[in-house]
Design a binder for this molecule. Structure first.
Ligand SMILES: NC(=O)c1ccc[n+]([C@@H]2O[C@H](COP(=O)([O-])OP(=O)(O)OC[C@H]3O[C@@H](n4cnc5c(N)ncnc54)[C@H](O)[C@@H]3O)[C@@H](O)[C@H]2O)c1
Length: 267
């Protein structure tokens, strides 16, 4: 399915649990070559070395990049040369000020930092990705249901709504370059970032109550990753500016599923 010889850059690898890792595995499984970017050597040492040993950099083909710093994004794309596609699988919010029981906060700097990393960095990445894909390609981001407000998700919900608007604006801007820009809106998945969202377990419980298809917060990373592969591939050649929900359908359900609507036998 992914026949391009150029690598796919997957940004936002932290650990084996990361959605980025599932995406890299799916790209490989579909025939593509993967280069990962990790935010910093310190995080690599703290997380990846534990999961993969100190040779992680060779095994996984790792680079470093703080996606909110223009110089680092520019240097990464210069080092890589041509790429077939880019996946932006990263976000940040200080859990003490931007997430949790109280929405109102005077931590303006944290809010702006969270916006810069979780939303604006996609524009920075797309700008440099465009010059690394002169013959066209795909940029795919990760979102979370931005049409509803969830307890505790606070500013990250606001930034995801902005990210989705940015996906549409970038799709419009980069159509002329043959570059498609899309996002996958995933249901809740167990990762390091998710573990910092207060009340994440309630989010999973909500999903399990509302989702017409069964939702598994660990196993379904692979379903999310497959959808990213689809959006990166030529199969999605006329899809751009789209937010593809891979959430078991929870976001279309107005009320929780009734017992008779649930799966009765094995899947
Ligand atoms: N886990 C979920 O339930 C879920 C659901 C929907 C969408 N998402 C989105 O998926 C994406 C990946 O998150 P994850 O759940 O795999 O968590 P994760 O903690 O494994 O990954 C988050 C990544 O963001 C990176 N990051 C933070 N600030 C950065 C910066 N300045 N520069 C570069 N990288 C930076 C971290 O280093 C980490 O690698 C995020 O956009 C997240 O919002 C997650």
């Amino acid at each position: 399915m992914l026949t391009d010889k150029r690598p796919y850059l997957v940004m936002g690898l932290l650990s084996r649990q990361s959605i980025a890792f599932a995406i890299g595995e799916a790209i490989r499984a579909h025939g593509g070559r993967v280069v990962y970017s990790v935010q910093s050597p310190v995080l690599k040492q703290r997380y990846l070395d534990k999961d993969f040993g100190p040779d992680a950099a060779q095994t996984l083909d790792l680079r470093y990049c703080d996606a909110s710093r223009e110089a680092e994004v520019r240097a990464l794309f210069q080092e890589l040369g041509p790429v077939a596609g880019v996946v932006h699988s990263l976000a940040y919010a200080n859990p003490r000020t931007c997430l949790g029981p109280e929405f109102h906060t005077d931590a303006q700097e944290d809010i702006l930092r969270s916006y810069e990393v979780s939303c604006v960095s996609l524009a920075l990445v797309a700008r440099y990705a465009a010059s690394a894909m002169p013959a066209g390609g795909a940029v795919t981001a990760l979102s979370f249901d931005a049409a509803r407000a969830y307890a505790g998700y606070n500013w990250m919900g606001v930034h995801k709504a902005a990210l989705e608007a940015l996906v549409r604006a970038l799709a419009r801007r980069h159509g002329r370059d043959g570059i498609r820009v899309n996002a996958v809106s995933a249901g809740p998945l167990q990762t390091a970032a998710a573990g910092k969202i207060p009340g994440f377990d309630r989010l999973i419980a909500h999903w399990q109550a509302y989702s017409p298809l069964p939702w598994d917060p660990v196993a379904d990373k692979a379903a999310v990753a497959d959808a990213v592969v689809f959006l990166c591939s030529d199969m999605a050649r006329r899809v751009t500016g789209h937010i593809l929900a891979v959430d078991g359908g929870a976001s279309i359900a107005g009320t929780a599923l009734e017992p008779h609507e649930r799966l009765s036998g094995p899947r």
